[in-house]
Design a protein around this ligand. Structure first.
Ligand SMILES: Nc1ncnc2c1ncn2[C@@H]1O[C@H](COP(=O)(O)OP(=O)(O)OP(=O)(O)O)[C@@H](O)[C@H]1O
Ligand SMILES: [Mg+2]
Length: 254
């Protein structure tokens, strides 16, 4: 079964002269775990934002679990994301005034599906995930904004994993972790995604991590803009409109 299919995607940020992404085709099978890499500024985070329905392309289709995100309205896209996608952002996007535990529980407040899939007690599940990620109980109850950067990154990971989303999207999720915690983190991510057959899209600069994954994809291989800079002027499409969307509900997509 196909979990993700991109067809003839064109994306340009507002006020940018060039297209950021032109991806004729990308397909991921359900349960597949891919390692996506590429130079800084090559469009990795932009692509993940499109996969998460945080932004919309000017052209093309993005199908996740058989639903074409580009045909959903904003609210339906928010709902789809909350129900089916665990999103681990490059900048974490924790709510700093909430505790670590409450941050992890956020997806269960936005989605009854995620809450049901978190088991009989979402709180116990949140504690299990935090414990697995080596966050000691004394860090669970204070404001998340007072945790170290590496601790915040692990809280964000637990938030993405809770409620067993079918699709996990992780943007540089290990950048703030030491080598030992990177290993624990990757093991947990792979273990949790395998347990539910989740499809995992993992972005990192660190090529040493690539060996853990089923498939390695360089963004330059799939993005025509990167292959030929002249194409960035609108080789596949020239739409003056851009559909990047402001986020309405922080934390809803994790
Ligand atoms: N919010 C935004 N508004 C306008 N342009 C943006 C925005 N975010 C990114 N871009 C542009 O899109 C291009 C790709 O950026 P993106 O963040 O996707 O790269 P990246 O591959 O994730 O880089 P990094 O490895 O540094 O995280 C860059 O040229 C950047 O200037
Ligand atoms: Mg990025």
């Amino acid at each position: 079964m196909t979990a993700l299919r991109i067809t003839d995607l064109v994306f340009r940020w507002p006020r940018q002269a060039r297209n950021c992404l032109e991806i004729p085709q990308l397909e991921l099978a359900a349960g597949e775990r891919i390692f996506l890499h590429g130079p800084s500024g090559s469009g990795k985070s932009s692509l993940l934002g499109l996969l998460g329905g945080v932004a919309l392309p000017q052209a093309g289709a993005i199908e996740l679990l058989g639903t074409n995100l580009t045909q959903l309205g904003g609210r339906a896209r928010d709902r789809f994301r909350a129900d089916h996608i665990g999103f681990l952002f490059q900048q974490f996007n924790l709510l700093p005034w909430l505790s670590a535990l409450d941050n992890v529980l956020l997806p269960c407040t936005f989605s009854s599906r995620r809450r049901d899939r978190a088991g009989p007690s979402p709180r116990t599940e949140a504690e299990r995930l935090l414990g697995h990620l080596d966050l000691k109980p004394h860090t669970w109850h204070g404001p998340a904004g007072e945790l170290s950067v590496g601790q915040q990154q692990r809280v964000a990971a637990a938030r993405a994993l809770i409620g067993r989303p079918e699709i996990l999207i992780a943007d540089e999720p290990t950048s703030a972790l030491d080598a030992e915690r990177q290993q624990v983190f990757i093991d947990l991510l792979l273990q949790e995604s395998a347990a539910v057959g989740a499809t995992l899209v993992f972005v990192s600069h660190d090529r040493r991590l690539a060996g853990h994954f089923d498939r390695i994809v360089a963004i330059d291989e799939i993005n025509r803009v990167a292959q030929d800079p002249r194409e960035g002027g609108g080789g596949m499409a020239q739409s003056g409109q851009c559909c990047a969307l402001p986020r309405s509900r922080p934390g809803a997509g994790a």
